[in-house]
Write a protein that binds this ligand. Sequence first.
Ligand SMILES: O=c1ccn([C@H]2C[C@H](O)[C@@H](COP(=O)(O)OP(=O)(O)OP(=O)(O)O)O2)c(=O)[nH]1
Length: 528
Amino acid sequence: MEGGDTRNRADPGQLRPGRGTRDCSTQTDSKVQGHGPRLSEINLFTLLSLWMELFPQEQSEEDDHSQVRGMGLVVVRDSKVVGLHCSGPELHAGQAAIIQHGSCLNDCQLYFSRRPCATCLKMIINAGVSQISFWPGDPEVSMLRSTPTNQPNFHSHSPPDRVTEEAALDAVATEKLKSNSRPHICVLLQPLPPGLAQFISETSRECDFMQRVTDDDPELSTQELFNRERLRHLKHLSRQFLVEKSQQHRSILTRMGQENFSVEPYFSNLRNNMRELVEVLAAVAAGVPQSNYGFYREQRSTGAIPEPFPAKSLLPSHHEGLSQEEARHCIIQARLLAYRTEDPKVGVGAVIWAKGQSASSDRAGCLYLVGCGYNAYPAGSQYAEYPQMDDKQEDRQRRKYRYIVHAEQNALTFRTRDIKPGESTMLFVTKCPCDECVPLIRGAGVTHIYTTDQDRDKDKGDISYLRFSSLKSINKYIWQRSPSACLPSSPHHANGCVGKHSRQADQESHSNKKLCTNRSHHDSPTVS
Ligand SMILES: O=c1ccn([C@H]2C[C@H](O)[C@@H](COP(=O)(O)OP(=O)(O)OP(=O)(O)O)O2)c(=O)[nH]1
């Protein structure tokens, strides 16, 4: 899990796009084409913070006239994510982190999707964090938004050289707190290594979630679908995180004490870097297309013929208290984590959330992070220490499978909370859990799995996916076409889910992966 980043503080001298910050891989075998470039730790945490800002909320959308903007926050200790937070109706993201972690924030690094307001900053500094990084767009107390009309400082679309009194006072206080504080408060962004943006775009377009769409409807152009989704996200994310006008951005940076960034060439580099990261986020999110797809429950097979209920009545968009939007949001967190993989071929990400008894007043409500991870060689291992080949390598000793730690295994090992009996504990994982992971997931007390089952029932020799189908004690939500959107010709059960056998037939014809030849020892269950 440890990354080999060189921590580039994005001071102007270091923010040069194209400069080689590519993480070292753990490539051992020259026959493997080398894995794609990885997201650096810093960029991963930054992207997760942006994404957390967009955590779905049930009530009305964020008030466009509120001077205080919602934020996302990632809390990191020893390179591990120990908290994911977002602002809610009552608490700012920084306050939610204080409530949840208290003095455990000591020596943590915090990644904010905006520069936090002075009210949060004083408490965070007080908690003893070691570093605070923020995205250099419009701050939490907005310099772009006006105050409501009944307040004296109202300027419609106030330009940043005439920010409201609130924003100006906050900027002064924040600067003072910043310069007097022990933690390093800075902008941390890294230029993307060459090829990473393209790699993420291509692999998102071909990920298991997109593959599922292709399997369901081979006629559909997934390229078009992906591009459409990507552009939709890009538009939304740009509006949220980028400052459109250069002049406004310069002025915001200056007021935030980042005047070094407001001169060329550093200013253009910073803006390019921000845009590239927003593009990456759009591509990752587009890999889980929204229209007509979602997580639907796999019912346990009872042998009884299901009643022909209308699909919608059994498959509400809210299930177990989690909405489709929330579930989709969490699987995209996992997809982001997958881009830190050390596997030369397949990135897998996993996030575990639990539903506590009481709401914390941030937007995630009762949800709290239990752990997250991605597939990687054992923590602390050196570059080139372990084999990396897959099952195409005849010499089995040179295959990766006995060495690589799976995403779920890392999420469980480095969890930051106990899994409590009686609480819903939800695992979001970007690949169907394999036979090595299924007993661990069950043993740990996970109650819900949200995943894609593209590899279900396959046996690849060194790794197999046979046990997932017979996993009965956990609620399984499989990413699939919404039952209400099923093609009339597709066979589906009365509960609206597409039958496994029809899907499997699709998979067989579309996949060049080996299929299990012996299914007799596990249930043959309907994805009911
Ligand atoms: O529950 C799981 C299952 C697998 N992995 C990781 C482990 C390994 O790093 C990779 C293996 O992926 P796959 O089964 O696709 O094997 P492959 O040999 O890499 O690819 P192929 O599908 O071509 O066989 O996925 C997980 O993290 N969690």
